[in-house]
Design a protein around this ligand. Sequence first.
Ligand code: MOS
Length: 695
Amino acid sequence: MSQVPQPLGSPVVRREGRDKVTGAARYAAEHTPPGCLYAWPVPATVVRGRITAIHAGEALALPGVHTVLTHENAPKLRQPDDPVLAVLQDDRVPHRGRQVALVVADTFEAARAGAEAVRIEYESNGHDVRLTEDHPGLYTPQTVNGGYPAVRERGDFDRAFAVSPVQVDVTYTVGPLHNHPMEPHASTAHWADDGQLTVYDSSQGTGTVRDTLATVFGLRPEQVTVVSEHVGGGFGSKGTARPQAVLAAMAARHTGRPVKLALPRRELPAVVGHRAPTVQRVRLGAEFDGTLTSLAHEIITHTSTVKEFVEQAAVPARTMYSSGHSRTVHRVAALDVPSPSWMRAPGEAPGMYALESAMDELAVALGIDPVDLRLRNDPAYEPDSGRPFSSRGLAACLEEGAARFGWYDRDPRPAVRTEGPLLIGTGVASATYPVYVGGSTASAHAAADGTYRIRINATDIGTGARTVLAQIAASVLDTPVADVRIDIGSSALPEAPLAGGSAGTASWGWSVHKASTALVRHLRERTGPLPDEGVTVTADTGEETAVESPYARHAFGAHFAEVAVDTRTGEVRMRRMLGVFAAGRILNSRTARSQFIGGMIMGLGMALTECSTIDPVFGDFTQNDLASYHVPVCADVPQIEAHWIDEDDPHLNPMGSKGIGEIGIVGAAAALGNAVRHATGARLRSLPLTPDKLL
Ligand code: MOS
């Protein structure tokens, strides 16, 4: 490794990379404390109803089975903030797949066999799992996810739209989607004799899992330690405590032994969350020169009867384009479906699919190039709030992307570029994601041997968090990155928020920067050699991160895509994708590129292959494994590029960074859908763009 300081932005290699590829890195289910038992859940087989009888005898008679936990014998929990986590507490079944029992056994195989032998009788009532535009249960919530108001009106949309010379009025649908991280949700729980609970959990943030477990078991937070040293992806589905952590801890308390629970892949879709489906009506009114005068984005979506979770898909329309008159509305119906939850770019990913597809429709209606249409409506101030942007690189991304992609070489007419039976087309779409940041605490330690150690409860969900935090510290300490040790991934470390909202690096990095800066000052002021134990300073950014910025702060981007559509089979193949992003300062070009293209590939899946279907009879998702839920594979990604523009934004944090974890997915599906329209002339308004819809 290099012995000279490497500036921020360098492509420093992931420090845990070798451990991961050699199998040395341990994930939640790879911790096996002495005496560890194995658990396997029993999912409900009715959609809405009550448990009337539980027959556990056959399961208990199997060799190795210790116990069958149900609502009749499971430890009673205190009410969690998230009602999804009140597992095995009563006889109610709110949706199919909800865990209704947990079998604990000596081995994984015995637990699984036991779960198959448990028989449960239900009283089943009729159910309602279908979201329709006229569903009588639709209502307008107070707020949507992120705390945004559900409804915003600016000006007089109806009047302005009615008099617009050019109008687009279109409705798009996006079905339910699942995160499906490579590592299933897993927890290994262990109660010590003194009542201390330790849980190895696959989570994006151990602090919230610790707090949840403390709440439900009536403990003080310091009586719980949650460890997520390595996490095989989460994409939001591990952003908060999930049921397996509570179930594993319950089973460990009940049996007096450590218990390991790795959720089976087939049971994940119903219990760890999904991106809720959306039906999105977009109306755009414009002058003939392309000036937007009116914009309405109205969403309907579903939540479960267990909790209200409202995908905030109309929120980005409050930021993207100038328009004198605007309406953004969300409505939701509580159905007998599994509870939705966070999925990469919640709100922005589905919302920008619709808005950016509608912008393409408007460009076609006007006969204006879609890049130019976006440039003409690039606002100087955030339309909804009137605040100035801390920086807004959308135009730069569109222009650089168009140049790199060769955008203007295209013939704008649809269905004119052919290669034998293939129709070829190109499409563009914008991207945006808000800048979030949270307060955190970090300690910085200087050892007598000249090395350093940073401690903070950050989580590395596959992003390279350790590496970038080491870079931030090293840049302040003016030392080689290799001399900075990073301890993350445990709630026993100084307090920090989860890896979510694309806010990890900004939040954690700010306190690492502050602690490192304080350490440098301390070392400068000090006289004489360091004591044998070195020195440690701690910094907390609660105050500075709580200050509300006078600026509208968002990352932006532009996607360009080329597709080939086979007129014989209806198959759409992505040929190349190119994204350009404006996300403040990029702190590690290697790991940033990986995040950007990872998001873009997830957008490719959303566009072409990924969808979870709720079976109206069985009430649960039919795609419940990676054979039926089609995420893109290498063969689906022949060429993909991510670039960024240098953005020097002084209104963010000491590193000058915006988040990069989510923006790559935002708008990607629209660029591909717009390319399909250009290729074929057919405007499809329902994802994914599978062959049945094209033929
Ligand atoms: Mo992300 S959906 O904010 O974990």
